[in-house]
Design a protein. Structure first.
Length: 321
């Protein structure tokens, strides 16, 4: 990775993008937080400690730049839901964790003024104003942001940051479904949650690839990498770790290696949790549904399908099937 942290912004103009940016995204319950925490231990990368969301979620920058919402509506959501919200478990979330309200309001004023002349530059400046100080305070030239919708919004984010890198944190659909089934916001049954997981992979595919005026496009291969959580914490861990470092253009470092060795483990990732949550008949049903789902993703040409198929083949080989 190359580049240096942007200089402090004046009160009149937003920060320029002088950051090396890594966007991590996935389906939810796919290891995005663990991966961001790992990369944030590197000397060149500072991890944003929350999912910022304002740049990639619904009624965020993609909708704003495409004209689906107004600037006023976008600012209203920034000052409301994205600034401070309380989850169903009573725990608060939002950008208020990262800065003082006066700093937040000043950034929004700079954005509103910049938007009139150049919407893309205005959005880029707002992102750097709100999140850039995290890297600056830690003396690092790069930033890692882990909102789950990052890959779904990749085409918008590439407009803002052409040199950014994208990591799709992928997880075995059975384990992702088992994790989602324990939450209040997803399907309650593991089988149904596999469908939930697959639909989100399809939405991510739309962010990775698309077409406009008859021409197809996709994220450049040197800017996009799929990392299967099961590979990173399981049988393929050293190779997957080395490939990730190579993709990001960074060297292994003691602090990052220590987190990888102690925290990125099969036990802490609850590998194969779906097997422990289900009875034998339930496991058989989920296995069949998962294999059908992966086959469907293959037929559709989903970018995640080859990684998922390879993992299933390795699993079958180890089981002697």
């Amino acid at each position: 990775m190359s580049g240096a942290a942007g200089a402090g912004a004046s009160s009149a103009e937003p920060r320029s993008s002088g950051l090396d940016i890594v966007f991590i995204g996935g389906t939810g319950r796919s290891g995005t937080h663990a991966l961001a925490h790992l990369l944030g231990r590197h000397g060149r990368l500072a991890d944003v400690p929350i999912e910022a969301r304002f740049h990639c979620n619904k009624r965020g920058m993609p909708d704003l730049l495409d004209g689906r919402i107004t600037v006023a509506a976008y600012l209203a959501k920034l000052r409301g839901f994205w600034w401070h919200r309380v989850r169903v478990d009573g725990r608060p979330r939002g950008l208020y964790n990262l800065m003082r309200e006066a700093e937040f309001e000043a950034a929004l004023e700079r954005f509103a003024a910049a938007w009139e002349d150049d919407p893309v530059a205005g959005c880029r400046g707002l992102f750097c104003d709100l999140l850039g100080p995290i890297a600056e305070r830690r003396g690092k030239p790069g930033l890692v942001e882990m909102s789950s919708h990052n890959v779904r919004a990749a085409q918008t984010l590439l407009r803002l940051f052409p040199e950014a890198r994208f990591v799709h944190a992928l997880r075995d659909g059975r384990d992702s479904a088992a994790s989602v089934a324990g939450k209040t916001w997803g399907p309650r049954r593991v089988g149904a949650a596999i469908g939930w997981w697959a639909d989100r992979l399809r939405a991510i595919e739309d962010g990775v690839r698309g077409s406009e005026d008859g021409a197809s496009f996709s994220i450049p291969a040197d800017r996009f990498r799929v990392v299967l959580l099961e590979d990173l914490v399981g049988w393929e861990r050293e190779r997957t770790y080395a490939d990730l470092l190579e993709f990001l253009g960074i060297a292994d470092e003691p602090a990052m290696r220590a987190v990888f060795d102690s925290e990125m483990t099969a036990e802490k990732a609850h590998l194969a949790r779906w097997r422990h949550q289900l009875s034998s008949p339930g496991r058989a049903l989920v296995q069949r549904r998962y294999e059908r789902t992966v086959a469907a993703l293959e037929r559709e040409g989903n970018h995640a399908a080859p990684v998922l198929r390879a993992a299933l083949d390795r699993e079958a080989a180890r089981a002697g099937r």
